[in-house]
Design a protein around this ligand. Structure first.
Ligand code: AMP
Length: 231
């Protein structure tokens, strides 16, 4: 994983690369739902680190076992594990494949590592879309969130209900309330977001034309239109 060869990019390759878009925002703001929609609309790859970690947990991989204690406590998984995981995913993609990053980066060291990894692949962060919502909205959203343990689809009993209650629209598996969506862990995840992830807004703020802030409190379609317009 660490030794994945990365090629040096020629300037022309940079021009031809697909867009690299980061969805940034607190837990429950809708990054997952919007990330899936955006990736579908643009035929981009959706790289959701939380989904990759949950898949590793289901499969019982060493990474999944290592990540478990952090995820269950609402803490961040160590940067080096996350960065290696994302680099491996990026290196396996065609050079012109657009990407939506969802839930990554979550710390300044992750953002610095992403810059470096993208540069080595002739890519760069093209847009950072920040979704914003008040804590009370986030807490309610997370309480209503239902996730598919098999395909990772996300629904919400209040705002984006599955066609049949408790059943995934895409793959018909029984939906679950994520264990880390319980109220105590949610509060810690919100605190961790403010302490470790919110500084990324400052990190990207100074890059001309990169950052767009979108209200994350409307309906799913309305927010998606806002994101598309921001690209
Ligand atoms: P999410 O599905 O994005 O809400 O992520 C669920 C959990 O996975 C988080 O609370 C963290 O424990 C872990 N996780 C996901 N992405 C990252 C990341 N980029 N850095 C560190 N931990 C992460």
């Amino acid at each position: 994983m660490e030794g994945t060869p990365l090629h040096e990019a020629a300037p022309t390759e940079r021009m031809e690369s697909g867009m690299n878009v980061i969805l940034l925002g607190p837990p429950g703001v809708g990054k997952g739902t919007q990330g899936v929609l955006l990736a579908e609309a643009k035929s981009w790859k959706h790289i959701a680190t939380g989904d990759i970690l949950r898949a590793n947990r289901r499969e019982g991989t060493p990474l999944g076992q290592e990540a478990q204690k952090y995820m269950d406590a609402g803490e961040l998984v160590p940067d080096e594990l996350i960065v290696a995981m994302v680099k491996e995913t990026l290196a396996a993609m065609p050079g012109d494949q657009g990407v939506v990053f969802d839930g990554f980066p979550r710390t300044v060291p992750q953002a610095e590592a992403l810059d470096l990894a993208l540069e080595q692949l002739g890519r760069r962060v093209d847009r950072v879309v920040v979704l914003e919502a008040d804590d009370d909205v986030l807490v309610k959203r997370i309480a209503g969130r239902r996730s598919c343990p098999d395909c990772g689809s996300v629904f919400n009993v209040y705002a984006n209900a599955p066609k049949q209650e408790g059943v995934c629209d895409k793959c018909a598996a029984a939906l679950v309330h994520r264990p880390d969506d319980n109220p105590e862990t949610v509060q810690n995840r919100l605190d961790v977001y403010k302490a470790q992830t919110e500084p990324l807004i400052q990190f990207y703020q100074d890059r001309a034309g990169v950052m767009a802030k979108i209200p994350g409190e409307g309906g799913v379609d309305e927010i998606q239109q806002g994101i598309l317009a921001a690209l």
